[in-house]
Design a protein around this ligand. Structure first.
Ligand code: 5GP
Ligand code: ZN
Length: 139
């Protein structure tokens, strides 16, 4: 099977602009940045998505992302940073190796498309039913 592109980046078989690395996590700049400083944080061990990633790798990625977001604040002085993580091709996950996007918004730049959507009041009864359904399925 063809190895995944992010596994190749971790091994250095594909070049990347690395910003951080520890024993479990790796972070590098996105080559199609939504904004300056758009960074991807990934586990070194391959896992497809939030359903699959082991807890220790998940924790490592999120600890690393806090370190990196602090560096982004110091280096780029953004007005905010959106954290985005997609699970499944149906929601436009393209690279099937878990990754957290850190997407800064620079001062004076327009709102990020990933952080703005129209708020519409939901049906309270339907929301309650859905909450109960999910809560009952928690393992
Ligand atoms: P997804 O839609 O799966 O959450 O996003 C995948 C991201 O990976 C995209 O933002 C895309 O620009 C980025 N990407 C895809 N291939 C490469 C690559 O070879 N190098 C880097 N640095 N980023 C990549
Ligand atoms: Zn991989």
């Amino acid at each position: 099977m063809e190895e995944c592109i992010f596994c190749k980046i971790i091994k250095g078989e594909i070049p990347s602009f690395k910003v951080y690395e520890d024993d479990k996590a790796f972070a590098f700049e996105d080559i199609n940045p939504i904004s300056q400083g758009h960074t991807l944080v990934i586990p070194k061990r391959h896992a497809q998505d939030l359903w699959e990633i082991p807890e220790d790798d998940l924790a490592a990625v999120h600890h690393a992302s806090r370190k990196i977001i602090q560096a982004i604040r110091d280096a780029l002085n953004p007005t905010g940073v959106a954290c985005l993580q997609l699970n499944g091709r149906a929601v436009n996950q393209v690279v099937m190796h878990y990754h957290l996007h850190l997407i800064p918004r620079a001062s004076g730049e327009p709102e990020l498309p990933v952080s703005s959507w129209e708020l519409k009041q939901g049906d309270m009864e339907a929301i309650k039913e859905t909450a109960e359904k999910i809560a009952a399925a928690i393992r």
